[in-house]
Design a protein around this ligand. Structure first.
Ligand code: HEM
Length: 284
C-alpha cells in the first residue's frame, strides 16, 4: 500500500513539474548555438572528454547507443558498472538536454524494473524488460543474443531511408518522424514474419516509440550525427542536442512525438501476415 501511494505521489509530482517546464519552454527563448554547456562541463566549446572504445573483457555495455556513448567518453563510469541512478539522472539531463522530471522518471522506472539502486549497463540487455524485439538498430535477441553490439546493416538501412533534405543544419539529410514510423512498421512486420519467439507487449511497443522520439528530438534525426553516435557510440565533436528549449525535453513533448511517429506507422503492418512484411520490404 505504501509503495502504491509513493508511486502515485511520484507520478503526480513529476507530471506537475513537467507541465510547469512545458510552459517555461513555451515562454522563454531557445538556447543559442554554442551556449548549451557551461565552462567545465563535458561538451563545452564543442569538446567532449576523450573517446575510448570499451574493453569487451572488462567493460559493461548496453543496447542503448546514448548510454554507451556516455560511458565511452567517461561522462558515466567507463566500465559501465555500479552507476548510481541519481548520478545517471543528472548526467542524462546535462549531456542531452533532457528535462529533469523526464530523467527522474526514467531512472525511477529503471530502479523498479531491475530492482536495483545502481545500474550495470549490461542489465539493460535483459530481454523483455526494456530491451525488446523489433528494435530499429538491433536484430531480435533470437537472432542476436548479444544485444550490446550495434547491427551495422540495420543502422545503414535506417539512415538510407532518410527523406529529410540536406540543409545547413542537416548536411547529410534527416530521418523524419514519418521515416521513423515507416522503419518501425518494417521492423514489426519482419519480426512477426521471421522470429519464431517474437513478442511485443504494449509496454515494449511504448518503449519503441519513446526511443524513436528521443532519436528525433535529441539526435535531431540528423544523418551525420546519427552515423557517428549509432555506429561508433561516440559523441561527435561540436555536438549539441537538437532540443534547444531551456528546460530540456519534457515528458509531454516526448509523448507528443511518440504519438506523431505512431501516427505514421502503417497499421496494416500490425497484422500477422507474411505478405504485409514482404510488402513493407518492397516499399522501403
Ligand atoms: C536511463 C536512460 C536510458 C535507458 C534506461 C535506456 C535504455 C535503452 C534500452 C534498454 C534500449 C534498447 C531498446 C530496444 O530493445 O530497442 C535503448 C535503445 C535506444 N536508446 Fe536508450 N536509454 C536511455 C537513455 C537514452 C538516451 C539519453 C538516448 C539518446 C541520446 C537514447 C537513445 C536510444 C536509441 C536511439 C535507442 C535505439 C532504439 C531502437 O533500436 O529502436 N537512450 N535504450
Amino acid at each position: 500500500m505504501a509503495t502504491i501511494l509513493q508511486d502515485l505521489w511520484n507520478f503526480f509530482y513529476l507530471q506537475t513539474w513537467d507541465t510547469g517546464l512545458v510552459f517555461i519552454n513555451l515562454l522563454t527563448p531557445k538556447i543559442k548555438k554554442g551556449a548549451m554547456y557551461k565552462e567545465g562541463q563535458p561538451g563545452y566549446n564543442g569538446l567532449w572528454p576523450e573517446f575510448i572504445p570499451p574493453n569487451p573483457e572488462t567493460d559493461s555495455r548496453s543496447p542503448c547507443p546514448g548510454l554507451n556513448a556516455m560511458a565511452n567518453h567517461g561522462i558515466i563510469p567507463r566500465d559501465g558498472r555500479n552507476i548510481p541512478l541519481p548520478f545517471l539522472a543528472e548526467a542524462l539531463e546535462k549531456t542531452w538536454n533532457l528535462g529533469a522530471p523526464f530523467c527522474r522518471d526514467t531512472c525511477n522506472s529503471v530502479r523498479k524494473l531491475y530492482k536495483k539502486d545502481t545500474l550495470d549497463l549490461s542489465d539493460l540487455a535483459k530481454h523483455n524488460i526494456i530491451e525488446h524485439d523489433s528494435s530499429l538498430l538491433r536484430s531480435d535477441t533470437f537472432f542476436a543474443p548479444d544485444q550490446t553490439i550495434p547491427d551495422k546493416h540495420l543502422i545503414e538501412r535506417l539512415l538510407e531511408s532518410a527523406t529529410g533534405p540536406a540543409t545547413p543544419e542537416h548536411p547529410e539529410g534527416q530521418v523524419t518522424p514519418k521515416d521513423l514510423g515507416k522503419a518501425l512498421s518494417l521492423r514489426f512486420a519482419e519480426s512477426r514474419r521471421d522470429n519464431p519467439e517474437f513478442s511485443l507487449k504494449f509496454l515494449h511497443a511504448f518503449f519503441a516509440y519513446s526511443n524513436a522520439s528521443v532519436f528525433y528530438e535529441i539526435l535531431g534525426g540528423d544523418v551525420k550525427t546519427l552515423r557517428i553516435i549509432l555506429e561508433k557510440e561516440r559523441i561527435p565533436d561540436g555536438y549539441e542536442p537538437f532540443m534547444r528549449s531551456r528546460k530540456g525535453l519534457t515528458m509531454k513533448k516526448q509523448y507528443f512525438r511518440a504519438a506523431h511517429i505512431w501516427f505514421h506507422t502503417n497499421t496494416k503492418l500490425k497484422l500477422k501476415n507474411n505478405e504485409m512484411a514482404n510488402e513493407a520490404e518492397t516499399q522501403n
